[in-house]
Design a protein around this ligand. Structure first.
Ligand code: NAP
Length: 532
């Protein structure tokens, strides 16, 4: 018997060190670790102990005997990974126990409480003598786990339990609803801490750069996702669901999330934590077909095969189709993604649900004030026009510049080496300034990818502390709180966040939903029990 990792894998590799026989691959440091769609368990080596299942933060590991029918494929998928490279039994890697020199005290400020910030806080607060202050401009923590992960991916959201436990630690101090630049500056953070880790994520969007992109009705997936997830800055948005067809440009995992959310019967989303305003709007939606367009062929698709499989096999009430003419060149390919696409029914003009289209490059979005149609050009230069009132650009997130920090405009990231910010021209490290997550490496990877990413940053920071490279702060936590108080900043601390969390869950319980999200700043601060 073996354990099996399934498509919900977050790639954070928490399972790897706990496996006594090291049968999980790839491991952090393996060449394919950062690009792997998921991790895999070697059935020939697994000793069936279940340690990995207990450790998995997103419930993506199942016993073979207990594998839900719709996940049956994953037994073969796990085994297949090892078919050409069987592994030798080895002992688990030493779990590095980091510690500070006896009597040392290290204070670190982390800006951003998404996965990158929470993994960094977790690593640092594990160490005796370290105090961590975490900041977020929203009154709620967890970044894209709360405002990005699709509402129907409940298992993925379970990671917030693990992050919540980190924020509750006595050496972690939460300053939510505090905005860097507005309420406090980077210099002031450095006066109160040895170092800062900027983990603010990618807060902007890639652009198509085609005419009509600014028309009303052409929106970024980032905004659309934030809207259906109840992000307070996007909860008053309105989208036009009046046309029968909606268009999604790009075919990454975000595109599939957006398409699925629009195409599923709204009733199927009632059991999720989708924002109530979005549930209501989707109930009234006239959209019957969501066309997901990729400029390249299916062999280059940006979605992971696990996400495509779960869309096809685990999304009842939503048909997925494709055009054979755009996928027939896959006939000889036998990889999983190709096999999945080849099984799809033929799409025609009457197809409902999600239609996957390939080889269509958007050239112009047209409309009189708002979107009416999109013109695409296919690989042979032919024009195809799709009528719609809603175009969602799911072509990737992009980092924005951060006040008082250097920025690499072309990459949309902070210039850095191993997580240390560097001066862009000289490449010299900027003392005490660090980063992790999407603002460090660009908008790629799963939630768990941030674990190794933040681990690297934390290693660099600890090294700098050990060799005396960091400047001793002139003030501590008491002074920090006095400073915020003197500016009348309404801080949401951990206890206040717990109040919000409980209020949302309680409201959800009475409505038979996991939680009902509070979606305005005023509601959130009221539930937090702090005056705004
Ligand atoms: P992504 O994976 O980078 O996909 C971007 C898509 O946009 C690609 O299809 C790309 O096509 C297309 N694109 C880019 N520029 C374009 C242009 N000018 N015109 C037309 N198409 C264009 O981005 P994402 O979907 O936002 O995802 C970001 C990261 O989050 C990914 O690593 C993803 O796996 C992860 N994520 C994971 C999950 C999950 O596990 N469930 C959910 C959401 C997000 P080309 O390939 O042709 O450039």
């Amino acid at each position: 018997m073996t354990f099996v990792i399934t498509g919900g894998c977050c790639n954070d590799a928490s399972c790897v060190p706990v496996c006594p026989v090291q049968c999980i691959r790839p491991r952090p440091g393996d060449p394919d670790f950062t690009s792997a769609e998921q991790l895999y368990i070697d059935p020939a080596t697994c000793i069936d102990c279940g340690a990995c299942m207990d450790e998995c933060p997103v419930s993506a590991i199942h016993g073979e005997w207990d594998l839900p029918e719709e996940l049956d494929d994953y037994l073969a998928i796990n085994a297949e990974y090892f078919s050409n490279s069987p592994i030798e039994v080895s002992s688990p890697p030493d779990r590095k126990r980091r510690k500070l020199a006896e009597g040392s005290q290290l204070r670190v400020a982390i800006v951003g409480t998404g996965p990158a910030g929470c993994y960094a806080a977790s690593d640092l607060s594990d160490i005796k003598g370290v105090e961590v202050s975490v900041f977020d401009r929203l009154p709620t923590p967890f970044g894209l786990v709360r405002a990005g992960v699709a509402p129907d991916h409940a298992n993925t959201k379970q990671i917030s339990k693990r992050f919540g436990a980190v924020l509750a630690r006595s050496n972690v101090h939460c300053y939510l609803n505090v905005e860097l630049g507005r309420d406090i500056t980077i210099d002031e953070l450095l006066q109160h801490h040895h170092a800062v880790i900027w983990a603010g994520g990618a807060t902007s969007d890639r652009r198509l750069g085609i005419p009509g992109e600014e028309l009303e009705g052409c929106v970024s997936a980032r905004e659309f996702v934030a809207w259906y997830n109840g992000h307070p800055e996007h909860s008053d948005r309105r989208f036009d669901f009046s046309a029968g067809t909606a268009v999604v440009i790009g075919n990454g995992n975000v595109a599939l999330d957006v398409a699925r959310t629009m195409a599923r019967p709204a009733e199927a989303l009632r059991d999720t934590d989708i924002a109530t305003h979005a549930l209501e709007a989707l109930k009234d939606s006239k959209v019957e077909r969501v066309v997901v367009t990729a400029r390249r062929g299916p062999e280059h698709a940006a979605y992971t095969s696990g996400e495509l499989a779960s869309l096809i096999h685990q999304t009842p009430g939503t048909q997925v189709s494709a055009k054979a003419a755009e996928t027939q060149h896959l006939a000889k390919r036998s990889d999983r993604a190709a096999e999945l696409v080849k099984t799809l029914p033929e799409a025609d003009s009457l197809s409902r649900g999600i239609v996957l289209r390939f080889g269509l490059t958007p050239v112009e979005i047209r409309g009189d004030g708002s979107v009416e149609e999109v013109e695409f050009r296919n690989e042979t230069g032919e024009v195809e026009v799709v009528s719609t009132s809603l175009v969602v650009k799911a072509i990737g997130y992009r980092g924005s510049s951060v006040i008082d920090l250097p920025f690499d405009e072309s990459a949309g990231t902070l210039p850095q080496m191993s997580g240390r910010l560097v001066e862009p021209v000289s490449g010299d490290p900027l003392v005490g300034l660090n980063c992790s997550g999407w603002i460090k490496r660009g908008a790629t990877g799963m939630i768990g990818t941030n674990k190794t990413d933040s681990g690297e940053t934390v290693e660099a920071l600890l090294h700098d502390f050990e060799v005396g490279r960091l400047t001793e702060p002139v003030a501590g936590q008491v002074e920090l709180e006095r400073l915020l108080g003197s500016r009348q900043v309404t801080v949401v601390d951990h206890a206040a966040w717990v109040n919000i969390d409980r209020a949302e869950r309680a409201a959800g319980k009475s409505a038979g939903r996991p939680r009902i999200k509070l979606v305005t700043q005023a509601e959130l601060l009221k539930a937090a029990g702090v005056s705004g």
